[in-house]
Design a protein around this ligand. Sequence first.
Ligand code: HEM
Length: 526
Amino acid sequence: MESFNNFSTATATASAFKVAEASVAVATLREFVKGMSWWTVAATSLAILLVAEQIRYLNRKQGIAGRAWTIPIVGEFLASMHPTFEGYLAKWESGPLSCVSVFHKFVVIASTQELSRKILNAPAYVQPCVVDAGKKILKHTNWVFLDGKAHVEYRKGLNNLFTRKALGVYLPAQEQVYDEYFKEFLAMSKEKHVPYMNIFREINVAVSCRTFCGDYITSAAIKAISDDYWRITAAMELVNFPLVLPYTKIWYGVQARNRVLAEFEASSAKSRARMQAGEEPNCMMDAWIKEMIEAKAFQEKGDANSAGHAPILIREFSDSEIAQTFLSFLFASQDATSSAMCWLFQYLADRPEILDKVREEQLALRDGDRNKRMDIDMVEKMTYTRAVVKETLRLRPPVLMVPYAAKKDYPITPEYTVPKGSMIIPTFWHALHDEEAYPEPNHWNPERWTEGKAESFPRNWLVFGTGPHVCLGQQYAVMHLMACVGKASMFLDWDHLRTPTSDDIRIFATTFPMDDLLLKFSERAA
Ligand code: HEM
């Protein structure tokens, strides 16, 4: 007890001294400031803040690559407004871990396969980071913002939409869209080469809407969604005005989002009625709603579903939740799939000997009859066409990086800890251009997937990410690209007008040919 009292007295005395010291310091500072003009006070405060900013930056940076000092206040904001591929590459090549600062945000970039995989598989430390505009457009209630167990649970309920059986159900609607658009391709570029980047964006919206909503959605509504989607992409800026004021980009984006959601919600209601009437599913909404109905029946009566297994009822989802989920799919798929389609048509036009091999495979799979409709068995046997798609995705990955946020201090290497609150970005370029896995990595060589050793390096295949947030639609995306280009090879010839920038990469959410891809289509003789 005695020693406790002594300790308390000593502590109280020390505290009293500290208070006295602090009061003296404040008084001295006050005297010092008194002799200064307001301008001097303001300038001194600013100088202190700027020095503190640099110290903070250096403390976070430690030994990793990056500027020796950060640009005051804005950091690398201006460079981030107009990103170039060459700028990104220089950053990735500067070190396995590098950093930038944008306003107050500290950003760590990982460029090696090992570090990128490590981040994507570290849900205890990181979670996906969506720009502020993303939350406004997709709505805060969207499932993509869930983390940890809640995310895993929600995702489980969506896996059934991408099974082999389900993918087969969506194919007829997809093929119908290819038929319609191929006619448009022929009409559009009859006279001369035209830029196809936007046209490919449009066909991908149409394929997505038909796959998600089947015939519940009209062609006019799909066209409107395609136009609206531009507004959604345009609103996705790194930094937006914080309020949704009328006639700003973000406001147009939110209006567009509302129209898309209204269409998807109405489709979900129609699908629910048709599935409740016991009809066959032919789109993703049908597949989801049918699974829910069957799971409920199983809970109530113990009936196995039509596939003979006991379905799991995660929970019942409302039309509004279903619509929001499909909005997230449209958001996740639209730019990436359009990017892949551009490069695919470009490379095949530039290398006719490879296109000939695709044609040979496609015709053989149709037993010599190019009019034969596709089914899942046929698509699965497209070995060479798959190699062409994979090689295109490898050489020109649509998604170059995925921003994550550090939930807590993250000791990513023995030497470096990513500070809590930083943005941390795994990147994919180096993994996908690794000399060992892909000799001559800048050469487009589909054979590396059939005869070469590319398939022996699954850890390098980061096109669709990895870990708990790995792309949900990857099988569907590859199947759609194979089916589309395979069918095009049967009915269309296309010529690419090469320009000096055809192989350069334009960053527009994803990667596109710098010259917007100038193509001319003509009908192919039977
Ligand atoms: C070539 C086309 C595509 C590419 C390159 C691509 C790539 C990616 C990447 C890199 C991620 C992040 C993975 C991670 O954080 O580890 C992702 C996530 C996602 N993708 Fe894709 N994607 C494509 C097409 C699609 C399609 C067609 C759909 C749906 C129909 C889709 C749905 C999603 C969803 C829902 C997520 C988030 C998953 C989650 O957070 O759990 N993607 N995608």
